[in-house]
Design a binder for this molecule. Structure first.
Ligand SMILES: [Zn+2]
Length: 167
């Protein structure tokens, strides 16, 4: 089963995750070097290669700061799977538009929050002022720190932690 490799930019900033097969390809093409191994070998027809856990690109890749995609999954992650009205943490949550769409509310980070079904139902198509509900915190676009982008992989790849933290 292919495992994942963390890809560092030339300045050591974590920028991507790829399959270990792709990582071996980048190393063989001279586009990246091995930073951390420790996962045994990948056996091909002709020879064996170290299975990379972390590689570093030889050339600096410049790119705009990534944005987190506005999806239900990412909204729930941002809100830590917690209803932003009553504070209940649960696996089944809905998305609430703070200013309802039919009142002109936009589908943007600042106007969407995780809400439990009962809070969502209680609020209905009204504004929080109308129903006198309060938000736990003001929603905004989540920061795209390396920890946010790659944090979900750290449990299975604990050796990545020192390379992800601080970026
Ligand atoms: Zn709730």
């Amino acid at each position: 089963m292919p495992s994942l490799t963390l890809v560092l930019n030339a300045n050591f900033e974590p920028i991507n995750v790829c399959t270990d097969h792709r990582a071996v390809g980048l190393i063989l093409n001279g586009k990246a070097s091995l930073v951390l191994n420790g996962r045994g070998v990948i056996q091909t027809v002709s020879r064996a290669y170290p299975r990379p856990s972390i590689i570093r690109l030889a050339m600096m890749v410049r790119r705009p700061r990534p944005h987190v995609r506005l999806t239900k999954r990412e909204i729930l992650r941002r809100d830590d799977f917690t209803c932003q009205y009553c504070g209940q943490r649960m696996t089944y949550l809905t998305i609430d538009h703070i200013l309802p769409r039919r009142l002109g509310g936009q589908h943007i980070w600042e106007n969407v929050v995780a809400a439990c079904p009962s809070c969502n139902h209680r609020k209905g198509g009204r504004t929080i002022e109308q129903v006198q509900m309060r938000l736990l915190r003001k929603p905004s676009e989540p920061p795209t720190s390396a920890n946010y982008l790659f944090g979900r992989h750290l449990r299975d790849n604990s050796e990545w932690v020192p390379f992800v933290e601080g970026w």
